[in-house]
Design a protein around this ligand. Structure first.
Ligand code: SF4
Ligand code: SF4
Length: 275
């Protein structure tokens, strides 16, 4: 009996912790990337070299900044590899204009930092952009990249160190869509990765970016009403919180028990992402 009560208490505490997480918005500027990581959660090894239009990005940022900017925490500029985005300096300026009081982080694998020009560094400094560096098990001098940011007066944080054991997962979408959506959502490893893509908001990149998998590998993971919000329909942060905190139809594709896998290069094989 004690064990059952303890399990119920743990469950309630976990749900409360999930619901009290600060909201953040991840603006996806491209899924194209200069690394090729197996099982990437943005399907970047399969993504074409296409980029979000700056007009669409501005429209989404303007609407979300005005309606929910005060109710969210961080704003991310994310990819793929956002340092490849041709409109990056404009994007940084515009994000700061629409989210004047939020922490804005630019997520990068860092490989292109040594090649960025003065225009980039000046814009990053002027608009108080934080470089969020993810470390991968590849040959690259991450200490030098951090020192470079410091020399330009830019805050740099290590967001994740993927050299650590167990830091890569294979999520293995179930094409039969027979998973228990509540369980998958409760155990979700991508919780809070609210992705703004074009003029839509998805609870995660696994769902939001799945068209790359479908196009490249002939799979047919489909979206249904309830899987996304239209940016233009967002009036309060509660709507985004509800999208994050409740299972969506796409969760039925998600295996609640993803497996740990070693880091490796993608072979662009669909089985990196699906059973
Ligand atoms: S660096 Fe990040 S975005 Fe690029 S392929 Fe690897 S996991 Fe995906
Ligand atoms: S579809 Fe649901 S369970 Fe799957 S990654 Fe997204 S939020 Fe998590």
């Amino acid at each position: 009996m004690k064990r059952i009560i303890s399990k119920i208490r743990n469950f309630i505490a976990t749900v409360r912790a999930h619901h009290s997480m600060p909201l953040r918005l991840e603006f996806v500027v491209s899924d194209y990337c200069n690394l090729n990581c197996k099982g990437c959660t943005h399907y970047s090894p399969l993504a074409p070299d296409e980029f979000e239009s700056i007009a669409t990005l501005e429209r989404s940022a303007a609407h979300l900044g005005a309606t929910v900017g005060h109710d969210i925490g961080d704003v991310y500029i994310i990819g793929g590899e956002p340092l490849l985005y041709p409109h990056l300096t404009d994007a940084m300026e515009m994000m700061r204009r629409h989210f004047p009081d939020n922490s804005i982080k630019l997520f990068t694998n860092g490989l292109l930092l040594p090649r960025m020009n003065d225009e980039f560094w000046l814009a990053a400094k002027r608009h108080r952009i934080i470089i969020a560096l993810t470390i991968y098990p590849i040959k690259f001098d991450y200490d030098a990249a951090q020192a470079l940011c410091a020399r330009h007066g830019i805050e740099c944080m290590i967001f994740g160190d993927r050299r650590a054991e167990n830091s890569f997962m294979r999520f293995g979408l179930d094409p039969t869509k027979k998973q228990n959506a509540r369980l998958s959502h409760f155990k979700c490893f991508n919780r809070g990765c609210i992705s703004v893509i074009d003029d839509k908001i998805y609870p995660c990149s696994i769902s939001g970016c799945v068209s790359h998998l479908n196009k490249a590998c002939g799979t047919s993971f489909e979206h249904q009403p309830g899987d996304w919000l239209n940016v233009a329909d967002v009036k309060t942060a509660k709507q985004i919180k509800a999208l994050r905190d409740n299972p969506v139809p796409f969760c039925r594709y998600c295996n609640p028990n993803p497996t740990v896998t070693d880091y490796g290069h993608s072979r662009r094989d669909k089985h990196e992402w699906t059973d």
